[in-house]
Design a protein around this ligand. Structure first.
Ligand code: CP
Length: 450
């Protein structure tokens, strides 16, 4: 039902209609409906894309703030209850909702050849149960439990293996369902920030509160990391007073030095080299919107900056093809690109770096933008405005991308520069889901390392 609501809201619809219910059913893995569809030879993702393609999104229509069940959709839910009784089950599952939808199927479904009888027969033959074990996602290789990364630093996306990212994402899912215990009681995280922040600061502080712990914000003026006091001294003092340190500063070397002298977990909340928490939240958001990250083409338009580096290094592990389009001279460091290429080869993904934003955007599943001038580069902003012209999510690049390409931006955004106002507000935009997921992902990360 939640996915149905998301599908309606993305399209700017005030009401959840039966088509949105169907699209909602086709999200996820291992649900009763998905198992039934797979059992009778349908690829749910293919069906979802086909139905989504029939529901035209009005260009520029803003995303709806909320969507409620339309009267027709309420009837479907009632029918699902009847299907449940008829099959003798004691719960209303996605398989019953699928049957209810097929009971009076919309043309988009009829065209696909999917019939009520085929699904009803499969359900009564016990296929859903029989397929359950093999269809369920494999058990996580690493248990997704709080504390599974206890004591570990997170300075780079490369600090987590693919299995650990999967376990973390499972923990995020459980957090979003309210299933994770308050493992932060009696614990404090220090937030050592040398640069401004809205999302990162608030999300870490709220995450600690939600885990039952406390957070302490320490600004540049108060601490003077490496100026008033050496990095290694600050690290050792804080280690004796708090249970975790979240650090946002300029130099990656300073973050590494801090971690080397810290006895408690250190989390990189952005430095000049990487923004690893952002990348985790971005891939979690992609998975929520696209079910899987595998095979997606993610195109980053703009500077080969810290955000681009974290995405580029994490993309191969997530099975995502990555393209960076930046003006000449703004590529990430050569060593990073070399490492990313090795990872791409190992995981069988593509990595492309180009100076042509239009070529880059071709057939993109996801377009991603970040500000052209990052924190600390303000003196270059005039030159950057000129150099980056065209490296933006705008009408031209959107025209090249897939029709339903997801729009991402790590925020804050400069509308009219790296992204148009229309793109930010369009139904394809997931930028605020991205921002919200910073909270859930970082709560999971804190729960994992504490
Ligand atoms: N995206 C991001 O890191 O936002 P803040 O700079 O506001 O924390």
């Amino acid at each position: 039902m939640l996915w149905a609501q998301v599908e309606a809201m993305r399209r700017g619809e005030e009401y959840v209609e039966r088509e949105h219910l169907l699209l909602g059913l086709l999200h996820g893995e291992g649900t009763g409906a998905i198992r039934l569809l797979e059992g009778i030879g349908y690829a749910p993702e293919e069906l979802r894309l086909r139905v989504a393609g029939l529901l035209v999104i009005e260009p520029g229509k803003p995303r709806a703030e909320s969507s409620t069940l339309a009267p027709g959709a309420r009837q479907i839910v009632e029918q699902a209850r009847r299907e449940t009784e008829a099959t003798g089950h004691d719960f209303v599952g996605t398989e019953h909702l699928l049957l209810a939808l097929l009971h009076d199927a919309p043309s988009s479904v009829v065209e696909s050849g999917l019939t009520y009888d085929a699904v009803a027969q499969a359900l009564s033959s016990g296929m859903a149960d029989a397929l359950a074990e093999e269809a369920l996602p494999p058990s996580p290789k690493i248990p997704a439990r709080p504390g599974f990364l206890r004591g570990r630093h997170f300075l780079s996306v490369l600090d987590l293996s693919g299995d650990e990212v999967e376990a973390l994402f499972e923990l995020v899912r459980e957090i979003k369902l309210g299933q994770v215990a308050k493992v932060g009681v009696g614990k404090t995280a220090a937030l050592l920030f040398d640069k401004p922040s809205l999302r990162t600061r608030v999300s870490f502080q709220v995450a600690m509160t939600r885990l039952g712990g406390a957070s302490l914000f320490l600004s540049r003026e108060e601490v003077g990391l490496g100026q008033r006091e050496p990095v290694k001294d600050v690290a050792r003092v804080l280690s004796r007073m708090v249970e975790a340190v979240v650090i946002r500063t300029f130099s990656h070397d300073a973050v590494v030095e801090f971690a080397n002298f810290s006895d408690v977990p250190v989390i990189n909340a952005l430095d000049d080299y990487e923004h690893p928490c952002q990348a985790l939240a971005d891939f979690y958001t992609i998975r929520e919107h696209r079910v899987q990250t595998q095979g997606q083409k993610l195109v980053f338009l703009g500077d080969g900056n810290n955000v681009a580096v974290s995405l580029m290094l994490l993309a191969p592990t997530m099975g995502t093809h990555f393209t960076l389009a930046c003006p000449p001279g703004y590529e990430p460091p050569v060593a990073v690109v070399k490492h990313a290429r090795e990872l791409a080869t190992r995981y069988g993904t593509q990595l492309e770096i180009t100076n042509d934003p239009i070529l880059a955007a071709d057939d993109a599943d996801i377009l991603y933008a970040d500000v052209w001038t990052s924190m600390g580069q303000e003196e270059e902003s005039k030159k950057r405005l000129e150099d980056f012209a065209g490296f933006a999510i705008n009408e031209k690049t959107l025209r090249e991308a897939k029709e339903d390409a997801l729009i991402l931006h790590c925020l804050p955004a400069h509308r009219g520069e790296e992204i148009t106002d229309d793109a930010m507000e369009s139904s394809q935009s997931a930028v605020f889901d991205q921002a919200e997921n910073r909270l859930h992902v970082q709560q999971a990360l804190l729960a994992a390392v504490l």
